[in-house]
Ligand binder design. Structure first.
Ligand code: SAH
Length: 336
C-alpha cells in the first residue's frame, strides 16, 4: 500500500494519522512483522497483524562474484515461486537489478528467462521487497534500480507503475525516477502508454538487430511490431517525455555482429542522439547461440562510433555467478 492508502485505511479504523507514517517507515526499513514495530503498543500491533499481512521474500541462495563483488540472490515468493535479483557496485553508486515477472512470455532466442514461459506477474509489493531485501542482505545503500531481470516489465504494466510509485516514495527506498531504468523488448502500445505518464526514468529498448529479418529471428515480439514501428514509438517517447531512449544490443556471433549490421544500425540512429550499449552475449547452454568475440565487439563499436553513433560496451559483472537474466532460477529448476 502507498502511505496515503494506508493512512485512509487507518483513518477508517479510527487510528490517528501519525500511526500510518510510523508503519510506513517500518515497512520501508524492511521489517517482516508487526512485532518488530516497537513504537506501537502491543494491542495495536496485534490488531494490525489480524488485519494485514506483510508478505516477505525469503532468501534461497546468495552468490557473490569473486571477480567484482556482484551479488546475486534467488528469492522465494510466498506462493513458492522464485525470482532473482542482482546487486552491483559501481564507482558512481550501487545498483539493484530486479525481476518483474516469474518467467517471461516474450520468447527471445538467447534468453534463459523465457525458456519455461511466463508463470505469473509479480505484485508491486514483491518488486519493492526485492529492492528492500536485497539492499539489507548486501548491507549497503541502493542508489539506483534497473528493471532488467526476469520478465518483461511492460507486460506487467500496472504493477510496475505502482512499484515505481512505492519505490519513489520518501517513506520507502526513496529512489528518484532519474535513478531508475526500465528495459523493454519493445511493446509499442505500452511504450506510448508509458510516455503519457511523463516519468523521468530512463527507457532502454532491447534492440539487438537493426533489421526485421535478423530481429524477428532473435525476438518473436518483432513479428508483431517490426523495427520501423519500434523506432517510431521511440521517437514519440522522446517527443512526449524529453527523455532519449537508449538501446541495448547483445552481440551474437554471426547473427547480428557483421559490418553490414553495423552499417544498418548507423543509418537508423545517426543524428538521433541515441545511445547504444553493446553487451557480449552471455552464453546460455540451452540456447545454442554464441557470443561474438571481443575483437568483433570492439570493431562493431568502432564502426558505430565512426558513423556518428554514441556507443559503450557494457562491462561484464558477475559472469562467474550466472548473473545473466534467468540463469540462476533456471539452474534451481533443473535441480528440482
Ligand atoms: N524483458 C526486458 C527486460 C529483461 S532482459 C527486455 O527485453 O529488455 C534485460 C536485457 O538482457 C535485455 O536487453 C535482454 O535482451 C538481455 N539478455 C537476455 N538474455 C541475454 C543473454 N543471454 N546475453 C546478453 N543479454 C541478454
Amino acid at each position: 500500500m502507498l502511505p496515503a492508502e494506508l493512512a485512509a485505511d487507518f483513518q477508517q479504523m479510527g487510528l490517528p494519522g501519525y500511526r500510518a507514517q510510523q508503519v510506513s517507515r517500518w515497512l520501508g526499513r524492511g521489517v517482516a512483522s508487526f512485532e518488530e514495530m516497537t513504537d506501537l503498543g502491543r494491542d495495536l500491533r496485534q490488531r494490525l497483524a489480524e488485519r494485514y499481512t506483510i508478505p516477505c521474500l525469503a532468501m534461497v541462495r546468495r552468490q557473490v562474484s569473486a571477480h567484482d563483488g556482484t551479488e546475486k540472490y534467488l528469492w522465494r515468493l510466498p506462493d513458492g515461486e522464485s525470482v532473482e535479483t542482482v546487486f552491483m557496485r559501481y564507482k558512481h553508486g550501487n545498483s539493484v537489478c530486479i525481476s518483474s515477472q516469474v518467467g517471461c512470455r516474450m520468447g527471445c532466442a538467447f534468453c534463459a528467462s523465457t525458456i519455461g514461459g511466463k508463470v505469473r506477474d509479480l505484485a508491486a509489493s514483491e518488486m519493492l521487497d526485492e529492492v528492500i531485501r536485497t539492499g539489507l542482505a548486501a548491507g549497503d545503500r541502493v542508489d539506483s534500480i534497473v528493471l532488467m531481470g526476469i520478465g518483461e516489465p511492460l507486460d506487467n504494466f500496472d504493477n510496475v507503475i505502482r512499484f515505481l510509485q512505492l519505490v519513489n516514495d520518501p517513506s520507502g527506498p526513496n529512489i528518484g525516477m532519474r535513478h531508475i531504468s526500465l528495459s523493454t523488448c519493445g511493446l509499442v502500445e505500452a511504450i506510448d502508454k508509458l510516455a503519457a505518464l511523463h516519468l523521468q526514468l530512463t527507457l532502454s529498448v532491447s534492440l539487438h538487430a537493426p533489421d526485421d529479418e535478423t530481429r524477428s529471428r532473435l525476438m518473436p515480439v518483432n513479428r508483431g511490431y517490426g523495427v520501423d514501428a519500434l523506432f517510431d514509438a521511440c521517437e514519440r517517447y522522446f517527443a512526449v517525455t524529453g527523455r532519449r531512449v537508449s538501446f541495448e544490443y547483445a552481440m551474437v556471433r554471426d547473427v547480428n555482429d557483421t559490418p553490414r549490421h553495423g552499417d544498418m544500425l548507423v543509418r537508423r540512429l545517426r543524428g538521433t542522439g541515441s545511445h547504444v550499449n553493446l553487451i557480449r552475449l552471455n552464453y546460455v547452454s540451452e540456447r545454442g547461440l554464441m557470443p561474438s568475440s571481443e575483437e568483433t565487439v570492439r570493431a562493431f563499436a568502432q564502426r558505430l562510433s565512426d558513423g556518428g553513433v554514441t556507443v559503450t560496451v557494457r562491462r561484464r559483472l558477475g559472469s562467474d555467478i550466472d548473473a545473466a537474466c534467468g540463469q540462476l532460477r533456471r539452474g534451481e529448476m533443473r535441480k528440482l
